[in-house]
Design a binder for this molecule. Structure first.
Ligand SMILES: NC(=O)c1ccc[n+]([C@@H]2O[C@H](COP(=O)([O-])OP(=O)(O)OC[C@H]3O[C@@H](n4cnc5c(N)ncnc54)[C@H](O)[C@@H]3O)[C@@H](O)[C@H]2O)c1
Length: 253
């Protein structure tokens, strides 16, 4: 992709799953990558996988903690340089029927999947404006577009994230800060492994899911790396305010 070499990119949740694949791809494109993750060890493992030639550093934090996010953003600019791209990927859920969940559970889901993203935009977007531009890529979900049983509050957060992306894209377009959302479908990640479980029931559930996907398989973390690199690059310079599904054709919306 054009224009990524030497640029600084933050990837939240870059310690495993989709965020790891995004971090590795941006590092391969020449970006200096700052991982914001709950787990230092997971971030360091991503850095190891990126290889000795890459610059991949980890800041251990919870994206729902605004002061921690602000302090890390300050440190990233001091250590790596002006931030060009922000990839909001950190997310969390535990599927359950809505009527069996509690307000405490909703608060946790909202604080990570919605407020966490507001925090990072709040800490980073003003700096991008000062630097003359930047790119924000929010990892939402097709669940936001079509709904998902057992994930009502999570889906509401992802829907909110798409609306926020479109609104902030309008606010910041004239400042050359471009904002888009990428919407994965079901993807083989540690989060999915935890949700799906193991054994014959889990395999049956996965097979049924795959039958509903026109391309015939679940997503892999690497399936999102190309679109995210493109949106962060000069090749994405005329794309803003979009919510792009990458889900094997599962939902053609
Ligand atoms: N896996 C799927 O099927 C799927 C489908 C659609 C959308 N998504 C979205 O893709 C993104 C990545 O999902 P994944 O499956 O790779 O998840 P994962 O659980 O495998 O990895 C998430 C990473 O984010 C980090 N993280 C979680 N909460 C955090 C917090 N509060 N602060 C900082 N870091 C935090 C974790 O430590 C982990 O490294 C999420 O936003 C998720 O909602 C996933």
């Amino acid at each position: 992709m054009r224009g990524l070499d030497g640029k600084v990119a933050i990837v939240t949740g870059g310690g495993q799953g989709i965020g790891r694949a995004l971090s590795l791809r941006l590092a391969a494109e020449g970006c200096k990558v700052a991982i914001f993750d709950l787990s230092t060890a997971a971030g360091e493992e991503t850095a190891k996988l990126a290889g000795p030639g890459a610059t991949v550093r980890t800041w251990q934090l919870d994206v729902s903690d605004l002061p921690a996010v602000q302090a890390a953003v300050e440190a990233v600019e001091a250590e790596l340089g002006p931030i060009w791209a922000l990839v909001n990927n950190a997310g969390w859920d535990r599927p359950a029927p809505f009527l069996k969940t509690t307000p405490e559970f909703w608060d946790k889901v909202i604080s990570i999947n919605l407020t966490g993203n507001l925090n990072t935009h709040y800490a980073v977007a003003g700096r991008m404006v000062e630097h003359g531009g930047g790119r924000i890529i929010n990892i939402a979900s097709d669940a936001a577009k079509v709904g998902t049983a057992m994930e009502a509050v999570y889906s509401a957060c992802k829907g909110g994230l798409i609306s926020f992306t479109k609104s902030i894209a309008r606010e910041l377009a004239r400042k050359n800060v471009l904002c888009n959302a990428v919407c994965p479908g079901p993807t083989n990640t540690p989060m999915m492994a935890e949700v799906a479980g193991t054994g014959p029931e889990a395999e049956k559930w996965k097979a049924a899911l795959e039958r509903g996907i026109p391309l015939g398989r679940m997503g892999e973390p690497e399936d999102y790396a190309g679109i995210v690199a493109l949106l962060a690059s000069e090749d994405g310079a005329y794309i803003t305010g979009q919510a792009i599904s990458v889900s094997g054709g599962m939902n053609m919306v």
